[in-house]
Design a binder for this molecule. Structure first.
Ligand code: PLP
Length: 399
């Protein structure tokens, strides 16, 4: 009897598999558009100046490394709330908001999912079609049945809002609806404020449980602008969940800095919810790590570092926008007749390019340009050095 003799090989993660193939490619001109990270104008993963300064201060202070409270660093949790809702939020002053430091945005989703599973094990989870590839597995692993609501409309390259609304109108009370608060991954197609209002009305009428995933705050139109859905949900009086992440906005992917935020009816309810979510955390990993959240809290709560970070985030956002514009302009100049102007309307790091799986195959095989088979490309991996090459390659495969 051998313990592992019947263990089957799990399927490879498609995106990590793509990275491995890219790394093994020996062509000097190769480009990896399959990634989900922001690269700077030189194609490098940046370490933000604000982060470097906060880290230097921290190392200088040589702090001891005791355990954190189960819910994390209080100053961090408070800074997360202020960033999501604004420091003047009446929700916060009314004691309706509980925030838990989490192991990245993924960790925020996971502790939220585990808590929801204890509240209502029979609830169904609805995610967008398509969605970030980990949403389904994460909620299934927490014990839920996961289905999808229509989201992307390939014809308009925007949101199939009628289809989405109809699916939510048919959902049973208690259904958990995972919503991308901004910069939808993978499509880049977001809802308008009016559309969010209608989603909120359905969530209220149907007693749905909204779970907003905020992984890209600041990558769309700005820190405040990207929180429009949160503002509307906050004003609605609904109870809802938010997972948020600083992986992208602080370029701190490996430090795993995120949070779960829960909006309740009031102080007393908050205290009870906090006690239960703390049990979930305690039995998963006991308490969160110190470094990343200390750095983020220092930056957010120190005015000089805060404005330095906001400028660096704006620079990332504007560079992505410039790459979108460059891509559209140069494709047209290269004689591509197909309309790519939708790339300019998309928000965040990604573009659903409309390239077919076989065109993606040709990009990889003939040009060493790697993209996800769905046609998702990471616009943040484009730069002035590789843009012309990518444009020529796309022009040649769509011809
Ligand atoms: N949610 C979405 C929509 C994402 O795209 C990502 C990261 O790619 C995450 C959550 C997870 O973020 P983190 O790396 O902070 O766990």
């Amino acid at each position: 009897q051998h313990l592992f003799s019947h263990v089957e090989l799990a399927p490879r993660d498609p995106i990590l598999g793509l990275n491995e193939a890219y790394n093994a490619d020996t062509r000097a001109t190769k480009v990896n558009l399959g990634v989900g990270v922001y690269y700077d104008a030189n194609g490098k993963l940046p370490l933000l100046k604000a982060v470097r300064e906060a880290e230097a201060t921290r190392i200088q202070g040589a702090p001891a490394r005791g355990y954190l409270p189960i819910e994390g660093i209080a100053a961090y949790d408070q800074a997360v709330q202020n960033l999501l809702f604004g420091a003047e939020s009446s929700l916060i002053s009314a004691g309706r908001v509980a925030t838990f430091q989490a192991i990245g945005g993924t960790g925020g989703l996971k502790i939220g999912a585990d808590f929801l599973q204890r509240l209502n094990p029979q609830a169904k989870v609805l995610i967008s079609d398509p969605s970030w590839e980990n949403h389904r597995a994460l909620f299934e692993n927490a014990g839920f049945t996961v289905e999808t609501y229509p989201y992307y409309d390939a014809q308009t390259r925007g949101v199939n809002f009628a289809g989405m609304l109809q699916a939510l109108e048919q959902a049973a009370a208690g259904t958990i609806v995972v919503l991308h608060a901004c910069c939808h991954n993978p499509t880049g197609a977001d809802l308008s404020a009016e559309e969010w209002q209608r989603i909120i009305a359905v969530a209220q009428a149907r007693e749905l449980v909204p779970f907003l995933d905020m992984a890209y705050q600041g990558f769309g139109d700005g820190i405040k602008e990207d929180a429009i859905a949160l503002d509307l949900f906050a004003a609605s009086g609904l109870n809802f969940f938010i997972s948020s992440s600083f992986s992208k906005s602080f370029s701190l992917y490996g430090e795993r800095v995120g949070a779960l935020t829960v909006v309740t009816d009031g102080k007393d309810e908050t205290a009870r919810v906090v006690s239960q979510v703390k049990r979930v955390i305690r039995t998963n990993y006991s308490n969160p790590p110190t470094h990343g959240a200390t750095v983020v809290a220092t930056v957010l709560n120190t005015p000089a570092l805060r404005s330095m970070w906001e400028n660096e985030l704006a620079e990332m956002r504007e560079r992505i926008r410039a790459m979108r514009a460059g891509l559209v302009e140069k494709l047209q100049a290269a004689g591509v007749t197909q309309d790519f102007s939708f790339v300019l309307r998309q928000r965040g790091m990604f573009s659903y390019s409309g390239l077919t799986a076989s065109q993606v195959d040709r990009l990889r095989e003939e040009f060493g340009i790697y993209a996800v088979s769905s046609g998702r490309i990471c616009v943040a991996a484009l730069n002035q050095q590789n843009l012309d090459y990518v444009v020529q390659a796309i022009a040649s495969v769509v011809r």
